[in-house]
Design a protein around this ligand. Structure first.
Ligand code: FNR
Length: 184
């Protein structure tokens, strides 16, 4: 089955480990699954005064999200929560009132951090936000990855030690999207 999935990376850092992770996951995907990045770095700071004349960048972002079957959030943890830039994008997509673009789109959350407990708390916070946005979010399996020397190979691929684990997670996510795809 053909699936279109948007990836939202919660870091704007050029060499972001989470973006590397997203790229590596795209390489693991079976044919028929089309990933696109939904970039959040060009969005203005959300201001409710702009709701009835949203910026072009916001309209474009929302239009992109409206065409996908699923959304994969790949995010770092900042101070035990999600980065503000990610929350900003989520808020933009949720407005104006009644025009929440996220609603009913199946989602999942993953992340990587140099810290051994990294991203668990950010993921938990993000679950609460996605519930408010009405996104059915994959509960299990969870995936908390630690960035260590050798996690990525020089090619950018996930090293053999972790690749099966990540692939297994991805298979479960794709089943989740297939089962929960928004019906017209
Ligand atoms: C961090 N980092 C971090 N890591 C973590 O596991 N838990 C945390 O609460 C925090 N807090 C935090 C706050 C801020 C403001 C920064 C800049 C960083 C470290 C973080 O995991 C590390 O910088 C990663 O490299 C960020 O992910 P990307 O940008 O590599 O994808």
């Amino acid at each position: 089955e053909n699936l279109k999935i948007a990836i939202v990376v919660g870091s704007l850092r050029k060499e972001s480990f989470n973006r590397h992770l997203a790229n590596a996951i795209i390489q693991l995907a079976p044919t028929g699954v089309q990933f696109t990045f939904a970039e959040i770095g060009g969005l203005p700071l959300y201001n409710q005064d702009e709701d009835d004349h949203q910026a072009e960048s916001v309209k474009k972002f929302k239009a992109q999200i409206s065409t996908v079957d699923g959304v994969l959030f790949v995010t770092p943890e900042y101070n035990r929560s999600i980065p503000g830039v990610l929350k900003n994008a989520l808020d933009h997509g949720s407005r104006p009132y009644g025009q929440n673009v996220w609603g009913k789109i199946p989602a999942a959350i993953i992340g990587i951090s140099p810290s051994p407990v990294g991203t668990a708390l950010a993921q938990q916070h993000l679950r609460g936000v996605l519930a408010a946005l009405d996104m059915p979010t994959l509960a299990q399996p969870e995936m908390f990855l630690q960035m260590k020397e050798g996690f990525f190979e020089a090619s950018g691929a996930i090293s053999e030690a972790s690749q099966q684990f990540v692939k297994g997670w991805l298979d479960r996510f794709l089943v989740w999207v297939t089962l929960n795809k928004k019906r017209a």
